[in-house]
Design a protein around this ligand. Structure first.
Ligand SMILES: Cc1ncc(COP(=O)(O)O)c(C=O)c1O
Length: 415
């Protein structure tokens, strides 16, 4: 058992947590729902649902524009959510938090804006083979558009980034490293502080994909010295349609806008335009108001439960799942890092991942199967697809048992 699991607080009451998630009461195919697709998107607690309902039923109006009561209330709630997200990642200032429409949108923002000023033809960007497509394709678009060079680094078998391999990818032309803080396939936290140290020693900036890491442990963008850090709300027990880009204030200040429209401007005349300061410079048009408020409620919910307490509970689940799935001789597990989050990718001998997923679904167990938007990593692992069971704050040890039972049945059926 790893240290986090041994230190798990006995006070963590998973039944009380489950009570807060209305969807967990439903049944699928007559069976109790065992939801193990959290890495794709997590379920929502009552605190988030109620906050969003309240925002729509009591205080809804457009933000930043009106001088009337409802607009002021909506603006205050929207900006309060920004402060919550800033606190969640320990950003020095809420002005360093840009609301986006999700993780994908944040990567595209940085790629577009750095491509417009900061990165030019022949400049290099370091990526790992573990990246989600949302942190690959925007850089490919920059490669196609302006001849930026992508430098790829491998991952270890356990889903880590070896600092020496990382450093070897740098050259005097490297402008940015864009790497995961936790792969959505391998579930292992990369050594963000060390990777940032290396990038900065080479005069490059570093962007972390925190879409999974943010769910499973305390994030401190100052401690790791991230230049950019990406979050998405729907995996953090919040709504879809909203995410956040943390950017150091000087990095954001140097970036031109991504999209043009209302709210991101200072002055608009017939022959010139000037832009607002960050974060508003990057939030063109009416933002996802209710979703951002829900995002704030979600990270407040996590901080109230205790990010570390959730992680300690999840470490017990990860340990149990690795041991019990590992005991099934027909199951191959990909990635077994010691401090891995409960994101377990595996295959069942003789069965296609899609079939495994469909069969366990009939037993009420929701897992994911496919390439997980990580085709370069699938190639590295020598597979085209895997199954993925991913656990969250409300999963219990019974859920691990239900998964194991479902896999045994699948093997009996197909093996
Ligand atoms: C590691 C990782 N990065 C980025 C994303 C993309 O986030 P979004 O769905 O908010 O665009 C995901 C979502 O699957 C992810 O798992």
């Amino acid at each position: 058992m790893n240290a986090a699991a041994m230190n798990a607080s006995p006070a963590y009451d998973v039944d009380a947590i489950r009570e807060q998630f209305p969807i967990l009461r439903r049944r699928v195919y007559g069976k109790p729902l065992v939801y193990l697709d959290n890495a794709a998107s997590a379920q929502k607690p009552r605190a988030v649902i109620d906050r969003m309902t309240d925002a729509m039923t009591r205080s809804y109006a457009n933000v930043h524009r009106g001088l009337h009561c409802l607009s002021n209330e909506a603006t205050a709630a929207f900006e309060e959510a920004r402060r919550s997200v800033a606190r969640f990642v320990n950003a020095p200032s809420p002005d360093e938090i840009v609301f986006t429409s999700g993780g994908t949108d944040a990567f595209n923002l940085v790629a577009y804006s750095l491509g417009a000023a900061g990165i030019g033809p022949g400049d290099e960007i370091v990526l790992s083979v573990m990246e989600h497509h949302s942190n690959i394709v925007p850089w490919h678009i920059l490669r196609e558009r302006m001849g930026v060079v992508l430098r790829w680094i491998d991952a270890t078998d356990d889903g880590l980034i070896d600092p020496d391999a990382f450093e070897a990818a740098f050259s005097p032309r490297t402008k940015l490293a864009a790497v995961t803080h936790m792969s959505n396939v391998m579930g292992a936290p990369t050594d963000a502080r060390e990777l940032a140290r290396i990038a900065h020693a080479h005069g490059a900036k570093i962007l972390f994909d925190g879409c999974q890491a943010g769910v499973h442990g305390k994030i401190d963008v100052q401690a790791i010295d991230a230049d950019f850090y990406v979050l998405t709300a729907h995996k953090l027990y919040g709504p879809s349609g909203v995410g956040a880009l943390y950017g150091k204030s000087d990095a954001l200040a140097a970036m031109p806008p991504f999209r043009g429209g209302g709210e991101m401007i200072d002055i608009v005349e017939k022959d010139r335009v000037t832009y607002n300061d960050p974060p508003h410079r990057f939030e063109a048009g009416t933002p996802p108001i209710v979703e951002a408020i829900g995002f704030g409620a979600a990270v407040e919910w996590m901080m109230n439960v205790g990010v570390e307490a959730i992680a300690a509970h999840e470490a017990i689940l990860a340990e149990k799942a690795l041991v019990e799935l590992g005991a099934l001789d027909f199951v191959t597990i990909y990635g077994r890092a010691a401090n891995k989050a409960p994101i377990i990718c595996f295959n069942v001998a003789g069965a296609h991942p899609h079939d495994v997923s469909s069969i366990v679904d009939r037993a009420g167990v929701a897992i994911r199967a496919g390439h997980h938007c990580a085709q370069p990593l699938m190639k590295r692992l020598g597979v085209t697809a895997t199954c993925r069971a991913s656990f969250g704050a409300y999963n219990s040890e019974d859920d691990v048992a239900a998964l194991v039972e479902g896999l045994q049945k699948t093997h009996d059926l197909l093996g």
